[in-house]
Design a protein around this ligand. Structure first.
Ligand code: PEP
Ligand code: MG
Length: 590
């Protein structure tokens, strides 16, 4: 038996059989060929090139069928040209004949040499071609090695998934019926893999560092998403203990559902709106079931992941309209595409960056890709005919960026008007406050938007310079850092002064002790994973606003994160008599 400690990313306790997913990387070893093997090896290579070419053509066709402009398919043509480039192919064949070594080895050496030459050229255009070469060579290598990225949707047994890493798209494709829980080596509490797990209500522990080292297929494991532990090969006593804990947890969850229709009202009568974050429209049922008052954040990225071409305007219109109808009469806040960071568009190397969280992400990507941004804006506008839709723009760092996004929205409005397509011209527009610059100019931004939502997941990473997905520095990711509390206060004050509404949609909104602190600081809407709503509601219903406002003022006077956590803990122990229920001091504990 071995207990591994990680970060509890999604609550719940599961006991099950492990299934280990191996990570994708090309491990290529040289192998000598006999004279007889040489021509067969070359045929294998030619087949891989032909299959890659066919694959690219299929993707291109699908792209055109979706009605995309032919200029956008240029990339596919470039890739096909590359496949036919003698430097990439003929040279490989020549060397296989000459050196009599396996083709994947020769080919990857060949590609490395080309990469080296390209990476040193000063010309930006040529350097860009390097990415095309990597895309094409990766495709051929996958064919040669018969490697396809494993799909998680093929699982047909109930398992606990163990992986080094999972992309948010892979997490989104998990079938809750079969993936009972998962644990990964890497990842932080606010990585999108973790957020997705919470949304799907799949218990998860991330950032364990050694889970793939110690767990083998078919091992019995306990995943405790509350404590953030994974127990490998538990002994009888541990199994019994966890059976009891699991029952207790499920029972407390059942009791909480009774609060579903009660308001999140403090004992002195102040109401807090609790709404849900969703990643996929299918989560709306769960949001409503947990008593959400609307959708405070619809992350639209997941509609774009796990596919080779973006969804068309009509497809998006249908999705957003349907979502708006389901949530009606409550509002739904739809976020424009926040691609980048840990949510990359497929394996297309055009979008890969060394430092993606600081790169061409979210609004930056959208402004650089009007062919993707405009149809999304049109679709969101069209959905306003079906419910109370609001638009929110992520990762804004300046007023100019906001204005450029709004100018694009104006264009979309003008077009729809000219086409006679109905929409609400008054659709509220907001910005995510998730960069330190947006905090500092919140007063300026407030003049040109209808509402703010603070994305603390990013705000904390950008303000404290702590990568949100890096488990090695998870202890530095401190929502209770005095710098963060002061930033939140700045935004609360700016929004009040300008009369724009404010919510918080980062993960801390669903964290029990921190939710109280946020309300104490003056926030009146919290948007969180649906499953967190009942417990946060229960906690809010057990305190008075006066008391938590006092707590927030005291916290603003403190100098360190440790002091802030100690004060929160001390106060909650006093204010909430049965505080033992609130063992989930997750953030406060890190
Ligand atoms: C945030 O940054 O807090 C947020 C809600 O957005 P995301 O987690 O999708 O980056
Ligand atoms: Mg964010």
């Amino acid at each position: 038996m071995r207990t591994l400690v990680g970060i509890g990313a999604s609550p719940g306790i599961v006991i099950g059989k492990a299934y280990v997913v191996h990570s994708e990387s090309f491990r290529i070893f040289p192998r000598r060929l006999t004279d007889e093997e040489v021509e067969g090896e070359i045929d294998r290579f030619k087949e891989a090139v032909a299959a890659s070419r066919q694959e690219i053509l299929v993707v291109k066709e699908a792209f055109l069928e979706k009605g995309h402009s032919p200029d956008l398919t240029e990339i596919f043509d470039t890739h096909i040209h590359l496949l036919e480039d003698p430097v990439l192919t003929d040279e490989t064949i020549r060397r296989v004949r000459e050196e009599k070594r396996n083709v994947e080895f020769i080919f990857s050496q060949n590609v490395e040499a080309i990469e080296e030459r390209f990476s040193s050229v000063p010309d930006e255009y040529l350097r860009q071609r390097l990415q095309d070469i990597q895309a094409v060579s990766g495709r051929i290598l996958r064919k040669l090695l018969r490697k396809e990225r494993q799909s998680l949707s093929h699982l047909s047994e109930k398992v606990v998934l163990i992986a080094h890493d999972l992309t948010p798209a892979e997490t989104a494709s998990m079938d809750k019926e079969n993936v009972l829980a998962f644990a990964t080596d890497v990842g932080g509490r606010t990585s999108h893999m973790a957020i997705m797990a919470k949304a799907l209500e799949i218990p998860a522990v991330v950032g364990v560092q050694t889970v793939t080292q110690y767990v083998k297929n078919d091992d019995i494991v306990i995943v405790d998403g509350l404590q953030g532990t994974v127990i490998v090969a538990p002994d009888e006593q541990m199994l019994n203990e966890y059976q009891v804990r699991r029952e207790r947890y499920l029972e407390s969850e059942r009791l909480l559902t009774q609060l579903k229709d009660l308001p999140a009202q403090t004992v002195d009568g102040h109401i807090v709106t609790l709404s849900a974050n969703i990643d996929l429209p299918e989560e709306i049922g769960s949001a409503v079931g947990h008593g959400a008052s609307g959708i405070g954040l619809f992350r639209t990225e997941f509609l774009f992941l796990n596919r080779t071409v973006p969804p068309s305007e009509d497809e998006q219109t249908e999705t957003y309209s349907q979502a708006a109808r389901l949530v009606s009469p409550d509002p739904i806040t739809i976020r424009s595409l926040d691609i980048g960071g840990d949510k990359l568009l497929g394996s297309d190397v055009r979008y890969q960056e060394v430092n993606p969280f600081m790169g061409c992400r979210a609004i930056r990507f959208c402004l650089a890709h009007p062919e993707i941004f405009k149809p999304q804006l049109r679709a969101i506008l069209r959905a306003t005919a079906h419910g109370r839709v609001r638009l929110i723009v992520p990762m804004v760092t300046s007023l100019s960026e906001l204005r450029r996004a709004k100018a694009m929205l104006d264009e979309a409005r003008d077009e729809l008007r000219a086409e006679g397509i109905p929409f609400d011209p008054e659709m509220p527009v907001g910005v995510m406050i998730e960069t330190p610059s947006a905090v500092i100019i919140a007063d300026v931004l407030a003049q040109e938007v209808d509402f703010f939502s603070i994305g603390t997941n990013d705000l904390i990473q950008y303000a404290l310079a702590v990568d949100r997905v890096n488990e090695r520095i998870a202890h530095l990711y401190e929502p209770t850092h005095p710098g963060i509390l002061r930033m939140l206060k700045l935004v609360v004050d700016a929004s009040r002064k300008a009369g724009v509404s404010l919510s918080i949609c980062g993960e801390i909104a669903g964290d029990l002790p921190l939710a109280l602190v946020l309300v104490g600081l003056g926030v009146r809407e919290l948007s969180m994973a649906a499953a967190a709503i009942p417990e946060v509601k229960k906690l809010i219903r057990s305190v008075s606003l006066k008391d938590i406002e006092r707590l927030a003022s005291r916290l603003l006077e403190l100098s360190t994160g440790e002091d802030v956590r100690a004060e929160i803990q001390r106060t909650i122990a006093q204010l909430v008599p049965n505080h033992k229920d609130y063992e989930l001091f997750t953030w406060a504990r890190t």
